[in-house]
Write a protein that binds this ligand. Sequence first.
Ligand code: SF4
Length: 467
Amino acid sequence: MIPSVNYHLWEPCNMRCKFCFATFQDVKQTVLPKGHLPKEQAIEVVLQLAEIGFEKITFAGGEPTLCPWLPELITTAKEAGMTTMIVTNGSKLTDTFLEANKRTLDWIAVSIDSLNIDTNFSTGRAIAGNTPLTLDYYLSLVDRIKQHGYGLKINTVVSSKNYTEQMNEIIRYSKPKRWKLLQVLPIIGQNDLDIVNFKISDEQFKLFLDNHNDLKDITNIVPESNSQMKGSYAMVDPAGRFYDNRTGKHNYSRPILEIGSRLAIQQVNYDFSKFVQRGGIYDWQIRKNVSDMNFTISGEVASGKSTVGKALAAKLGYSFMSIGEKIREVAAENGMSIVEYQKLCSENPQLDLDFDARFAEDCNKRRQTVFDYRLGFKFVHDSFHVFLKIRNETAKIRLQNADRHNETAETLEERNELFRKQFLTCYDIDYCDERHYDLVVNVEEFSSADEIVNFIINKLNIHRSEN
Ligand code: SF4
């Protein structure tokens, strides 16, 4: 079975691409006047797709970001174990959307056909058909997508209007993980009206590919000719029906919610070998990417370094080491509380220097280890450095509930200040400066250590493949 599915959940779109091969006007006119299912039914479709074994789901449209319940569909898919992606024209990707969905949405595929305003105007790749997005907008968009840690993909439809264009600038700048090049596809019942003005020959498509051949070192270029696109996608329409395009038009199954996904998928015709040949299988499953890299976890008092570090180690089958535990041992050996020992260190910086040197040496001999170590980013090499961020108010509540001797809510600010001063004195380093880290996690956004662990693993792999 093809392991990934495109769910075209939403017919409405705010652009008017004249070559669009997912207009679904036929669906709207025959079975679904609104162009989408109600939220609860759409969620049920997602669950049914997960149940039948799809590993990855791509939410498409129309324009999926116009759908108010898209975040709930993404969360449903993620909780059901699927890798999640959206295909979007990018016009509605606000920072609010990017921030709100970063824990459940793995990939964002942005459709960018041209950087020429006139070209985009002529194809209708423009808001309401008359306001194309600018180069500056696209550049800032890819920045924002990457800053939020999403896997970036770019889709380009190659047509008579852009097959001679050079897209080097945007691809070199954004370095997407995948750049999918789609030969504009005529589909009966979807784009008959205008497609004659956009069609290109296989030679013209090849010319576009040849003109960008040197970008192969920058990104994974995935070309799809018309014949490769037909029959090689598992797709679901806005009415919740599987469909294929093998014969150059849409062939729809009975609705999944009526007969179940297992029966419905038997009513369409997908070609698994074509799916493989067009590069449909790639390393989209984030967890598969984790190697034997070490992790260091830093953060202020009560940010959960130890809990998250242990959970991360357990999930990956790694070892766990905590400098805090080592310091507690040393403090106890000297008959001191941890606060007293910290004060002693801040008055005698050499104590710290010696301790760090020994601990760092030990760390760097290890592989597959999670270190609970505030200065790990400075001393532990070849590691993924994570900082856990928490507000004092929340940290105090945690400490009140934790009943930790000598680490009370009352001493929280004092301890944080001691750590800061200690490292500034010894190393002239502010360990709370987020620029030291590969990933900063605001722990208050998560409801459990497991959620944070999944987020870290997810981000590590995106970070690794981008580097
Ligand atoms: S943005 Fe996408 S869905 Fe909307 S009209 Fe263009 S190709 Fe079709």
